[in-house]
Each structure stands twice: as C-alpha cells, then as structure tokens.
Design a protein around this ligand. Structure first.
Ligand SMILES: C[C@@H](O)C(=O)SC[C@H](NC(=O)CC[C@H](N)C(=O)O)C(=O)NCC(=O)O
Ligand code: NI
Length: 131
C-alpha cells in the first residue's frame, strides 16, 4: 500500500490551482468534470501519481465556502530554505501564518502559509533531522 493523495474542498478551483502551481510550484497533473455529481476534481503534485503522493482538489459547483472546522491540521511541503520560501510567497501575495523558525518545543525549521481557501500549509526546511 502507499499514500495516494490528500483531498481538500475548494470554493474556487482556478484560484486554488493558481496558488498550488504558481506559488507552491506544483504541476497540474489531471482535471476532470463530473456533471452528474456537479463537481470537478483536480490533481496536483511534484511528480506523477505513480510515484508521488499528490493533492486532490474537489470543487463542488457553486459552493464557494467551507467551514474548515477545528480538526484540520496541515499539509507539509519540503522547501530548501523556509525563510526564503516565505519571503517569495509573501512577495507573490501569499499569506504567511507563521514565520520561519524552530518548531514549537523542537529544533526543526518550519513556517506556515495559508492557501486561498484558508487551509494552513506547513513548509519544512530540507535536510534536517525532524525533532
Ligand atoms: C477520484 C477519487 O480520488 C475521489 O476522491 S472521488 C470520491 C468522490 N468524490 C466526490 O463525490 C466529490 C464531490 C462530493 N460532493 C464531495 O464534496 O466529496 C466521493 O465519493 N466522495 C465521498 C462520497 O461519499 O461521496
Ligand atoms: Ni480521493
């Protein structure tokens, strides 16, 4: 078995696709409309689904907002330099939730940004022992 994808519901599919491709550097792998269900799925990631765990965006036609609740935590993305990544994302108009620095009660350098639907995304600096 392997982890295939994480699914997030979005209120604006193109806005979300633009964020994950233009700001976070993912590639749009495939997209499909399901007229009978009145929804569209888009899969994005850093490599083909045959070898990479990817993000599935679900757009329910006409649904613009979701209550994210208090159970969602984050999706984590590896970056070379968390400080540089947050500076670039901010320059592109992205919202930084938490500046780069050691994690709570630990040493791993992390940062948090917010996607257009309000989902927190964690940036973890590469080359560190997680701790
Ligand atoms: C392709 C595979 O990765 C899927 O996740 S399709 C699962 C399917 N999704 C939907 O129906 C999306 C629209 C739906 N209104 C939603 O917001 O989830 C599905 O079966 N979803 C769960 C379900 O029980 O319907
Ligand atoms: Ni799915």
């Amino acid at each position: 078995m392997r982890l295939l994808h994480t699914m997030l519901r979005t209120g604006d599919l193109q806005r979300a696709i633009d964020f994950y491709t233009q700001v976070l550097g993912m590639r749009l792998l495939r997209q499909k409309d399901y007229p009978e269900g009145e929804f569209t799925l888009a899969f994005l990631g850093y490599g083909d689904e045959s070898e990479h765990t990817v993000l599935e965006l679900t757009y329910n036609w006409g649904v613009e907002h979701y209550d994210l609740g208090n159970g969602y935590g984050h999706i984590a993305i590896e970056v070379e330099d968390a400080q540089a990544a947050t500076a670039r994302i901010r320059a592109q108009g992205g919202k930084i939730l938490r500046e780069a620095g050691p994690m709570n009660a630990g040493t791993t350098i992390i940062a948090f940004v917010e996607d257009p639907d309000g989902y927190p995304i964690e940036l973890i600096q590469a080359g560190q022992a997680i701790g």
